[in-house]
Design a binder for this molecule. Sequence first.
Ligand SMILES: [Zn+2]
Length: 161
Amino acid sequence: MSEDIHGYRPILAALLTDPAQLALDLDRAEHLVGQMEDTLDAAGWRITPVQRADAAGPRPTVFGPTTTLILRQLVPGVYVRRYTVLGRGGTVWAEMPCCDRQARLPLETHTEFRVQCASCRLDYTVVLVDENDGGYTASFQVTDDGTPIIARRRRGARPLG
Ligand SMILES: [Zn+2]
């Protein structure tokens, strides 16, 4: 998953550091947010973003299933929807965004797949979306080559050295 899903952290930290609220210092606030996440996680809860049509801020670029794309448009972060056809053994074939190849994916709607086009050298994360009409579309998101290493605060970590 993208690290964007933790975009609520600074919002909570701002609330906790608000002088009219608890007026915590930032380190303490961030630590507390981390503790809340751990507590929710341990209890089986997960915070997920709501997709709002009227959300403020830049919207991700999304190309529809019938859009023919050129490679230059397939930059990291871009979403491309593609039709799929059912395959054998609980799989679907999804058209690739970049060329006429197809990716064969297990028919699982709650799994994020990493797909690479060996021909175009593009990486994607893909989720299957149930269209509730018996069909599925594949939502491709272009990712950077290789897996980025994301620096994060180590909660409860002892200082190094
Ligand atoms: Zn390709």
